[in-house]
Ligand binder design. Structure first.
Ligand code: DUT
Length: 149
């Protein structure tokens, strides 16, 4: 798909998010910082990415997800766990960087911090009912109701 992007920081002009391999699902988002920032243990900070996108079509949204390397090795994940970018959002993409580890982490300017995944969305209209049309095997079961093995 074609996606309109605004470059809000000139350093992003030649560093637009890219798919690292032909099969990549995520576009890496960079920390568009002027100087390194240190995230103390259990601290979080909103980090600018230097770009804005406009998906425009409500049949799409974008998700901001952690990078597995940063999350697993350094405990750098997202303060909101997942960022949801609405199709009508036109502001700067921001990443809530949360250091969930017990060691301080220094984030360098332009470091790849998180990833953006474009996903299809179906908007629902509610149809209020007293009973669902067809019973299912699961019914109201959940929270481990099918057992462990
Ligand atoms: O990690 C994120 C999450 C959200 N956003 C932007 C895009 C999104 O479309 C907008 C609003 O996000 P959300 O709906 O999650 O925020 P809210 O707390 O429900 O506030 P609002 O009342 O603005 O919807 O903020 C980001 O840039 N990064």
């Amino acid at each position: 798909m074609k996606l309109d992007v605004k470059i809000l920081d000139p350093r992003m002009a030649d560093q637009l998010p890219q798919y690292a391999t032909p099969g990549s699902a995520g576009l890496d988002l960079r920390a568009c910082l002027d100087a390194p920032i240190t995230l103390e243990p259990n601290a979080w900070q909103l980090v600018p990415t230097g770009i804005a996108i406009h998906l425009a079509d409500p049949a799409y949204a974008a998700l901001i997800l952690p990078r597995s390397g940063l999350g697993h090795k350094h405990g750098i994940v997202l303060g909101n766990l997942v960022g949801l970018i609405d199709s009508d959002y036109q502001g700067q993409l921001m990443v809530s960087a949360w250091n969930r580890s017990d060691v301080a982490f220094t984030l360098e300017p332009m470091e790849r911090l998180a990833q953006l995944v474009i996903v299809p969305v179906v908007q629902a209209q509610f149809n209020v009912v007293n009973e669902f049309a067809a019973p299912t095997e699961r019914g109201e079961g959940g929270y481990g109701s099918t057992g462990k093995k």
